[in-house]
Design a protein around this ligand. Structure first.
Ligand SMILES: [Zn+2]
Length: 223
């Protein structure tokens, strides 16, 4: 990073306001510096909506804003996690939401002409397995991790349910908005001090952090 570096301008897209609140903290920690938040024109709520609106949001950001990139986070729920094997060139798993989002972004943004002084929008995508609440419990509850979830699920006995995760994080499986934001952001701030445990136990976060760290640093002279 040079002195000339200006803050990145990023749009965040999650399944809920709660997820986006925590995501903002985790993104800043992975980047190692603050960023400026750009509001996407559309909001997505829930998985199908994120997948459906991502192409329009990406094109809008590219042509009508000065955003450098977009960061997307979804829950896997009962679909496949995204192990490192999915990162092989050309690989695509139809039941992996991260693979689906990458493909949707690629289709939406390839062949776009340069705009606002940049050739293309940067993207980083994370997959919370099975839900963001598992990330929030990481390091506090040793049962919780992507490997344990995948092993249990394959054997037909998942080690915990998404409802149990919510109960453990928020003290209720139906938190109101302030309760949910408080629980999620407190957990994100705890991880922000040291991301290594979350990266180690959750490959779906590690891939998001890797995306962010391989981004080029924008030059202050760019518009
Ligand atoms: Zn995948």
């Amino acid at each position: 990073m040079t002195e000339a570096a200006r803050p990145l301008r990023l749009a965040l897209l999650g399944e809920s306001l709660v997820d986006e609140s925590a995501l903002a903290i985790l993104v800043e920690a992975a980047l190692g510096r603050p960023f400026v938040r750009v509001q996407p024109r559309l909001r997505a709520r829930g998985w199908p909506s994120v997948l459906q609106t991502l192409p329009a949001i990406a094109r809008h950001l590219h042509f009508h804003t000065d955003a450098d990139g977009i960061v997307v986070l979804v829950d896997s729920d009962d679909t496949e996690p995204h192990p490192p094997a999915h990162d092989a060139p050309g690989y695509f798993h139809p039941r992996c939401r991260l693979c689906q989002l990458r493909a949707a972004f690629r289709r939406a943004t390839k062949n776009l002409p340069p705009a606002h002084g940049r050739t293309h929008l940067l993207r980083a995508i994370g997959l919370a397995v099975p839900a963001a609440e598992a990330w929030y419990l990481c390091g506090l509850d040793d049962r919780v991790g992507e490997a344990a979830w995948s092993t249990g699920r394959a054997a037909g006995t998942p080690p915990y349910t998404r409802r149990e995760l919510k109960q453990l994080v928020y003290g209720t499986d139906r938190p109101n908005l302030p309760q949910a934001v408080a629980g999620a952001t407190a957990a994100a701030r705890r991880h922000a001090r040291d991301l290594r445990r979350l990266e180690n136990d959750f490959p779906g976060f590690a891939t998001l952090a890797r995306d962010l760290r391989t981004w080029p640093t924008p030059d202050a002279s760019s518009p």
